[in-house]
Structure formats: structure tokens, C-alpha cells
Design a protein around this ligand. Structure first.
Ligand code: NAD
Ligand code: UGA
Length: 433
């Protein structure tokens, strides 16, 4: 099939490369000319495991190309995916101006029947607006269908998630579109669920919100564990073995971040409110998430007393491992707060130093974790990169001013660290002091 993907970002580029690898002819369109030039040279604009190889392979084999020419991409293709950003506005609602802009331009370029697919995460009823916008700007008066096909991939495992999805959700309103979408996804042999467009839109917001709720729930449990001297890691294990609960997304920490959960939960609360339902449950999940960071900061202050002129070593900047993405990363907010209190920050991340450099000032970036530890008054673990789990902790201890580790991701064994002479403070675990 001939596919045009508009928005060559974390979702668009991954989807484009995967659809091409499944044998389709794909053109990825982006307004960012620099990004398109890089892609044409084989340079991937962000870090995602295995993406570079997949893009290069499919470009070489002639199934994947890049352009800034939206009109040309639309004309050549039968299915048009919209995967542009839908960021948060100040009041929490999703900014749909990119989706609107793209919908108008698609409409102007359509010369024959097209299927226009919302892949960006959008609030319920956006499909209606997309249809209305295309209808108003449909200069050639051609037939078209709007489809909602939300994406559930995670950064860091995006290609695997796309190729082996738990389910594919497709909101359609015509048999013609349903048939094409079924054929498109047939090679993945995945569970396909067809719904109306509004239900598909809600499935996406409801899924992300549920996962965020699960994280806030285990973080709330972690707080109780700290107060009574229990161990949240054991509690999560014991809960997670119940198949109805499940083990995933029960990792206590410094709260969820990233470009999606914070904005999608805010957008879902907003659209529910506008529709007449006060989604208090999700507002509490947001509050727990905010407080999780604040409590971590309090633990740092309780351990170091004053922060002015103290040197704090930070391991991990990305919002999660295996990505260079720092959008809404808990690390950024924690570092900003520490800097505001006069602390000096030394930091290392295996992938996210450049992306952090673009948004934060006055950080001393180091070449590895040992350089971070040297002369620092404590060490913070803010992202659970695999590399940090295998450090030479004896060496780390010899380099630190104080043998103090505050672990926002619970990657170490508290007993082992205590036996090595560290003061180790995690999340929801009894401090081994
Ligand atoms: P991104 O910022 O990485 O990429 C968006 C791209 O769209 C950018 O390259 C931007 O230049 C381009 N763009 C913006 N306006 C455009 C226009 N008018 N024409 C052409 N291109 C345009 O964003 P992303 O992370 O890929 O997210 C895209 C959407 O997918 C969002 O709605 C997001 O919530 C959703 N989503 C993201 C993920 C994820 O893991 N990042 C997963 C599932 C869903
Ligand atoms: C998330 C969803 O998992 C994807 O299904 C969805 O497609 C995507 O959002 C989206 O809509 O953009 P992603 O943000 O890439 O994917 O990463 P996650 O692995 O979900 O982690 C999100 C945040 O939650 C991270 O900050 C992570 O550290 C945190 N988290 C996750 C926890 O604190 N505890 C957990 O148990 C799991």
C-alpha cells in the first residue's frame, strides 16, 4: 500500500519505518526541513534503539522516503496518517492546531479517495473536527474516510511495541475504510479491535490514564510503606502476582514523566470536564505524581541539611531508560529546584546529555558515573539505566564526599549497600542507615 505519514517524530518515524518494513511504500512528511535533510542523510534525529538500522534498510530498499512536501505526499498515497504533536496548552487542554493545519492541507491536496487516519493522541471528538475541516477544504470534492488509530508504543522499545502490539485499535465509520485498515495490519497478526471513532479516541486516553493511575497508586502505597517500615518492592511483587492486577507499571519511583502521560492525563481531565464529568480520580493521580518529586527533594534536604554550595551528583536525566527524551522528565524539575537552593549539579546520562543541555543551564556534565561521584556530597539515581545497576560501588564510595545515595528508582539492594557502608535512601523502602 502507499502510505503518507505526516509528522516524522517518535511516532511518525517509527510507524513509517515499520510500515515500510512490512512491505508498504511510505513517504514521511515533516515541516521541519532540517529534520528531513538529516533523515535523507541517514541521520536519526533522536535516540531510539534499532531505529537507525530499520530506517536505513528500508530507504536502501526503496520503500521509505522523506519530504517536506505534504501535498506531493498526500497525492501519491492512499492512506494518510496524521502523527504531529498534540502538546498541552497552559490550561491542560490539547493544542490541536497542528492537527487542524495538517487536515486543511490534506483536504486541499486530495484528488481522489483517501483514508485520513488520526494517529496522534487526541481528545474525543477530534475525529469529528477533522472530518468537518476536510469537508470544508475539500476543493476537489473527493470521497474520504476519517479513521482513528491511536498508537500505544513506548519510547525505548518503540519498534518492538509497533511490530508486536498487544492490540491494534481502529475507530472507523465505513466498511471501505475498515477493509483497508484490516489489510494494512494483517501482516502483524495482532488482535484488531474495530470501534466507532469516539470510542477509539477514548481508548487511548483511558489507557494512558489507567497506567498513570497505577503508577500513582503504587507511589501512594510506597508512602505508606515508608511510614510503617514496610518494603514497597515486596508489596508490588506480592500484588503483581495476582493476574488481575499484573506486575507491570507497579514500579514506585519519583513519578511518571515524558511527553505523553502528563499531557494526556491533563487533556483527558479537561475534555471530561468540558463534557460535564469532573474526573477527580485523575486529578488526585496528578497530585500524587507531583508530590512524589517534592518528597524526594525533601529527602535530599533532610540528608544534607542546607543545599547552598553543596555538590549533588545526578545519574540519569532521561524520563526513562533507552531514550534521549527529557520532555517532562522528573530529573529536570528536581535539578531546577536543587539549583534554586544553591546546589551545584554534576550529571551523567548515557543518551540524554545533549537534550538536557538544550533546556537546563549550569550543569557540569561528566563522561561517566565515576566522574559524577568525584567530590559530590551525595549521588542521586533519577533514571534506571541498566548501566547504573552494574557500577563499581566500592569505587563510587571512595570518590564521594559522603557515602550517601538517594535512589529515586530503587535499583540497588538496600542491605548490600548498607553492608558496604553507604547511607541508602530509596522509595517506599525502610532506610538502611
Ligand atoms: P514529536 O514531537 O516527536 O514529533 C512530531 C513531529 O510532527 C515533529 O517532527 C514536528 O516537526 C512535526 N510537525 C508538527 N507540525 C507539522 C505539520 N504541520 N506538518 C508536518 N509535520 C509537522 O511527537 P511524537 O512523540 O511523535 O508524538 C506525536 C503524537 O503521537 C502525539 O499526539 C503523542 O501524544 C502521540 N504519541 C506519542 C508516543 C511517544 O512515545 N512519543 C506514543 C504514542 C502516541
Ligand atoms: C507511555 C505508554 O506506556 C505507551 O503505551 C503510550 O503509547 C505512550 O506513553 C504515549 O502515549 O506516548 P512512554 O511515555 O514512552 O509510553 O513510557 P512508559 O514506559 O509508559 O513510562 C512513562 C513514565 O512512567 C516514565 O517516566 C517512567 O519512569 C514512569 N513509570 C513507568 C514509573 O514510574 N513506574 C512504572 O512502573 C512504569
Amino acid at each position: 500500500m502507499k502510505i503518507c505519514i505526516i509528522g516524522a517524530g517518535h511516532v511518525g518515524l517509527v510507524s513509517g519505518a515499520c510500515f515500510a518494513d512490512l512491505g508498504n511504500e511510505v513517504v514521511c512528511v515533516d515541516v521541519d526541513g532540517e529534520k528531513i535533510n538529516k533523515l535523507r542523510k541517514g541521520i536519526i534525529p533522536f535516540f531510539e534503539p534499532e531505529l537507525e538500522e530499520l530506517v536505513k534498510k528500508n530507504v536502501k530498499e526503496g520503500r521509505l522516503s522523506f519530504t517536506t512536501g505534504l501535498e506531493e505526499g498526500v497525492k501519491e498515497s492512499g492512506i494518510i496518517f496524521i502523527s504531529v504533536g498534540t502538546p498541552s496548552r497552559d490550561n491542560g487542554e490539547a493544542d490541536l492546531s497542528y492537527v487542524e493545519d495538517v487536515s486543511k492541507r490534506i483536504a486541499g491536496a486530495m484528488e481522489e479517495y483517501k483514508i485520513v487516519v488520526e494517529k496522534s493522541t487526541v481528545p474525543v471528538k477530534t475525529g469529528e473536527w477533522v472530518r468537518r475541516t476536510i469537508k470544508l477544504n475539500n476543493v476537489h470534492g473527493v470521497d474520504f474516510d476519517v479513521v482513528s488509530n491511536p498508537e500505544f508504543l513506548r519510547e525505548g522499545s518503540a519498534i518492538y511495541d509497533f511490530m508486536y502490539p498487544d492490540r491494534i485499535v481502529v475507530g472507523v465509520e465505513s466498511e471501505r475504510a475498515e477493509k483497508v485498515m484490516r489489510e494494512l495490519y494483517e501482516p502483524l497478526k495482532a488482535s484488531l479491535i474495530f470501534t466507532d471513532i469516539k470510542s477509539a479516541e477514548i481508548i487511548k486516553h483511558a489507557s494512558n490514564s489507567f497506567l498513570a493511575l497505577k503508577i500513582s497508586y503504587i507511589n501512594a502505597i510506597a508512602n505508606v510503606c515508608e511510614l510503617v517500615g514496610a518494603d514497597v518492592e515486596k508489596v508490588a511483587e506480592g500484588m503483581g502476582l495476582d493476574k488481575r492486577i499484573g506486575r507491570s507499571f507497579l514500579k514506585a519511583g519519583i513519578g511518571y514523566g515524558g511527553s505523553c502521560f502528563p499531557k494526556d492525563i491533563a487533556a483527558f481531565i479537561k475534555i471530561a470536564g468540558e463534557s460535564g464529568y469532573d474526573f477527580e480520580l485523575l486529578r488526585v493521580a496528578e497530585k500524587v505524581n507531583r508530590e512524589q518529586r517534592e518528597q524526594f527533594l525533601k529527602k535530599i534536604k533532610d540528608s544534607l541539611w542546607t543545599l547552598n554550595n553543596k555538590t549533588i551528583g545526578v545519574l540519569g536525566l532521561a524520563f526513562k531508560p533507552d531514550t534521549d527524551d527529557v520532555r517532562e522528565a522528573p530529573s529536570l524539575k528536581i535539578i531546577e529546584q536543587l539549583q534554586a537552593e544553591g546546589a551545584k549539579i554534576k550529571a551523567f546520562d548515557p543518551a540524554a546529555i545533549e537534550t538536557t543541555r538544550a533546556v537546563l543551564k549550569d550543569i557540569e556534565y561528566c563522561a561517566d558515573p565515576y566522574e559524577v561521584a568525584e567530590g559530590s556530597d551525595c549521588l542521586l539515581i533519577l533514571t534506571e539505566w541498566e548501566q547504573f545497576k552494574n557500577l563499581d560501588l566500592k569505587r563510587i564510595k571512595s570518590l564521594l564526599n559522603n557515602p550517601l545515595i538517594l535512589d529515586g528508582r530503587n535499583i540497588y539492594n538496600p542491605r548490600e549497600l548498607k553492608n558496604m557502608g553507604f547511607t541508602y535512601i530509596g522509595i517506599g523502602i525502610k532506610p538502611e542507615i
